[in-house]
Design a protein around this ligand. Structure first.
Ligand SMILES: Cc1cc2nc3c(=O)[nH]c(=O)nc-3n(C[C@H](O)[C@H](O)[C@H](O)COP(=O)(O)O)c2cc1C
Length: 405
């Protein structure tokens, strides 16, 4: 099977050397490609002309829209204004990852976040996905469960949020300096764990039903999967706690369930071993990251999307710490990095082989035409932190200006 990284690697190589390096069979286009690539015409004519197209588009395709929670899906149902938001950020061949999308009614931890567990939600996603496909984009749904990053207000019947633990998160400061409070979680029993895994599996099936090309399992940023993975938040004594292998069991069982449902070529995962969001950190993040990517290799998933560690300040300049190098080297599929990248750092990371693709969050939010701006090295709009997460359908998400033609 050909994966994204090989396609991207080949197109980069073509751009650099201006000579494709495919075998006769490959250039005839009879390789086995992931279904979504077939859907998007990757196989139509994989001859020289197509390769040239890919080479020209290579930079566009290395710029990924990071998942960005918009808090505008009233009643957990995606709204029509998301059509504009996502299609504004679509470029032919570009990969977009949708905002964190709840897998069940216990998955929410923020106001107005979308879900994908009901028929109504699936139907509401369909026109949004179609708009991205109509412009030639590749669209993955980030399937997510907040776990203990929640409170009674977001839970069915005001019940306690669920987690790997009973340990509660202390109040956290938000971007606007207000405090956010959490409720004491209820530690899942071992008998309940398969039910949550099943929620991820059903959500993945629903995402495909909605038309998405695949799903990104949200295993980052202190949400339920990390609550199991990291030793600051997992104090279990059963087979889901203690050793590294036990702590990663929940994540890997979700991966297995999802790939059994929709196929490994449609599955990515987001991981943040070096982060400490929401009281979730690990005493050995490198070992955790490596164990995960080596385990993921056995499943052959399409991509691993990792969050870079904290910026280093060198010579008074912020620099990417490149903490992810061992994981990049160990992982067999497409590698995506995120956090803190700008045009130059992103280009450098791809050129040096540190990653295949770079996901941009705040820059892509504030610059709907980010690939074009990067191509022209144009000035960028600055994002407004005060309009993040507000419930307005437009302000702060679809009102950022495009470059003048
Ligand atoms: C408003 C906002 C919403 C976010 N929502 C999500 C989300 O739903 N899922 C996720 O994995 N990360 C989320 N993130 C993190 C981003 O995907 C990204 O990793 C982060 O912004 C760092 O990348 P950047 O430096 O390019 O902005 C969010 C970040 C911001 C600023």
């Amino acid at each position: 099977m050909l994966n994204l990284s090989r396609i991207y690697a080949k197109s980069r190589q073509t751009a650099e050397n201006a000579k494709p390096n495919l075998t006769a069979n490959e250039s005839r286009g009879d390789r086995k490609l992931p279904l979504f690539m077939v859907n998007h015409g990757f196989t139509k004519s994989f001859g020289l002309a197509k390769l040239r197209d890919l080479a020209e588009e290579a930079r566009v395709r290395e710029i990924v829209l990071a998942p960005l929670t918009r808090s505008r899906s009233y009643g957990n149902v995606p709204q029509v204004h998301a059509i504009l938001y996502y299609s504004q950020r679509t470029t032919k061949g570009g990969l977009l990852i949708a905002e964190a999308t709840g897998v069940s009614d216990t998955a929410q931890g923020y106001p107005n976040t979308p879900g994908i567990w009901t028929k109504e939600q699936v139907e509401a996603w369909k026109p949004i996905v179609k708009a991205v496909h109509d412009k030639g984009g590749i669209f993955f749904c980030q399937i997510s469960h907040a776990g203990r990053v929640s409170n009674y207000d977001y839970q069915p019947n005001g019940q306690a949020p669920i987690s790997s633990t009973h340990k509660m998160i202390p109040p956290q400061k938000q971007l606007d300096d207000t405090m956010i409070e959490f409720s004491p979680p209820r530690c899942l029993t071992i008998e309940e764990i398969p039910l949550i895994i099943n929620d991820f599996k059903l959500a993945a099936r629903n995402a495909i039903e909605a038309g998405f090309d695949g799903v990104e399992i949200h295993g980052a940023h202190g949400y339920i999967i990390e609550q199991f993975m990291k030793d600051s938040a997992n104090d279990r004594t059963d087979e889901y706690g203690g050793s590294l292998e036990n702590r990663c069991r929940f994540a890997l069982e979700i991966v297995k369930a999802v790939i059994d449902e929709i196929g490994a070529e449609r599955v990515g995962i987001r991981l943040s071993p070096f982060a400490d969001y929401m009281e979730c950190w690990d005493s050995n993040p490198e070992e955790l990251g490596l164990y995960m990517v080596q385990s993921l290799n056995k499943y052959g998933i399409l991509y691993c999307h990792m969050i870079e560690g904290r910026m280093l300040i060198v010579d008074e300049r912020r620099q990417i710490p490149h903490h992810l190098l061992p994981m990049r080297k160990a992982f067999n599929g497409t590698f995506i990095v995120a956090r803190g990248f700008d045009r130059d750092e992103g280009n450098k990371a791809v050129a040096e082989g540190y990653t295949d693709l770079v996901a941009y969050g705040r820059l892509f939010l504030a610059n709907p035409d980010l690939p074009r701006r990067f191509e022209l090295n144009s000035p960028l709009n600055k994002y407004n932190k005060f309009t993040l997460y507000i419930a307005d359908p437009i302000v702060g998400y679809t009102d950022y200006p495009f470059l003048e033609d």
